[in-house]
Write a protein that binds this ligand. Sequence first.
Ligand code: NAP
Length: 184
Amino acid sequence: MADLRIEGYVIVSADGMLADVHRAMPDVLKFEGDKKFFEAALDRADLIIHGRHSHEGQPNSDRRRRIILTRKIPALARDPSEPNATLWNPLGASFEDACAFAGVTSGTVAIIGGPDVFGMFMNRYDTFWLSVAPHVRLPGGEPCFPGVPERTPQEVLAAHGLKAGQSQMLDPAHDVSVTPWRRG
Ligand SMILES: NC(=O)c1ccc[n+]([C@@H]2O[C@H](COP(=O)([O-])OP(=O)(O)OC[C@H]3O[C@@H](n4cnc5c(N)ncnc54)[C@H](OP(=O)(O)O)[C@@H]3O)[C@@H](O)[C@H]2O)c1
């Protein structure tokens, strides 16, 4: 674990949603600047972790090593339908075992959702990159983290020991920016 750096990535609406009422990521939450930022980060990562519905679907996706959470298997298995993918049920194997099974024991791990998967790593992020689209609202949508919307995403990150760093503008026309929330 000591050699793994854990980073989280999400883009949320002003009301803290990562998906719409149909649990789908709507086009109104997709911005070219954020997509480029996310894509570059995943190209640098040694391992990507996500739930079964949160595949990033980018041109380089097949080249990326990933772990997909699912309850359809007891513990760990190769994914027969995707190269470089490991299936993981946390009830049957630890995170460290899953990383080792995937062949990664050092480097950067990118956690990319959905909400329960983000929640699992809340006490372990070194940095969480929170992108916000302040002019988009998704009433009845899917909250980005457990505990939202009772608390804002920022309050949840702060409650887990993360502190906001310098924001970076990703899309000036829509005021979309990303803020790194770092531990310590
Ligand atoms: N705005 C953003 O940046 C962003 C980021 C991420 C996702 N999204 C969107 O948000 C939606 C997320 O979908 P979702 O809520 O269904 O989340 P998800 O985590 O992608 O998928 C849920 C599935 O993952 C598996 N899973 C999740 N937690 C697990 C656990 N603790 N143990 C074992 N398996 C687990 C289960 O798969 P099985 O059914 O196989 O057991 C579960 O049905 C998608 O539309 C996605 O595009 C948006």
